[in-house]
Design a protein around this ligand. Sequence first.
Ligand SMILES: [Zn+2]
Length: 329
Amino acid sequence: MHHQKFLSLFKQILSTPTAPFHEYQVAAVIRKRLAEIPAVTVFEDSYGNLIAHYKTGKSKPHLAFGAHMDHPGWVKHEGKEEFLGWVPKERWDTHPVEWFGEFGMWKLSPFKVKDGQIHSRVCDDLVGCAAIIALFLELEASGKDASVYGIFTRAEEVGFVGAVELAKNWPLPEGVRFVSLETSAARGGAEMGKGPVIRVGDRMSVFDDGVTAELVDAGTEEKIDHQRALLDGGSCEATAMNVFGIPAAGISVILGNYHNCPPKKGIAEEFIALSDAKNLVKLISVTTLRMADSKASSSSKAKLKKRLEKRVRDGKKYWKSAKGLWENS
Ligand SMILES: [Zn+2]
């Protein structure tokens, strides 16, 4: 995707105010962007999660990429101002709050690009939301047939509320697997700027190895910068899905100032490497297209099985030559 087009999409999504249960402004902007893509249809479930389907030609869907539309913030409830989301209490009152009607966010820069990084009052998880729209635009530009879902959930920051309701009333066809797109603090040796992190798990669960293998293969074979790590600093919506029986995997972009918390004190913009966001979009686009190609689909594990079988065949000669010693010992 052209650099300017990429930046203007991310700027538009990340600059939109949001808070847990108050995602309506982001949802409206996402709907507007999706309406511009003819191959996309959107429906809203009874909890307000948006489920978008990109479909051209006859290809079958394999994946649903998910991101949450909220971010820790302030809400008005029964006349009182309450903070929702995980941020240490001692920081709540250390920074001015900007109100958008019934919800508020810390007064921070909505979007700024500096030294190859995006700085914003909310990267988590509007980066994931913007990446899904960018994926659809990439598929459209490729002109190839594909079928893939994008799911935009609500109230993740207070305990995966939207994702749990979605998993309990899973609306997608049998066999479609969920891939959580997140931003996360660096853990497990992963570093900012070295590509999106294909998560083998989070703090609470391990992820679907079939989908994880597809993502790693796509990244490796198409030479897209990526990392593979256990990011156990927090948990993501993939865990919520797994717990309710939907096979799920996850990809994260490494985040600085997680939940607006700089290392020691105060409140500041979150930031990510611009190149990581671009590589995330590349990785999910390429994976979607590879899986849409029936010859390549479900191939990652099949290929691994073949490799292991070959190793067994190659090892047979040593097996045979050691046979006599084995039996006589
Ligand atoms: Zn978060």
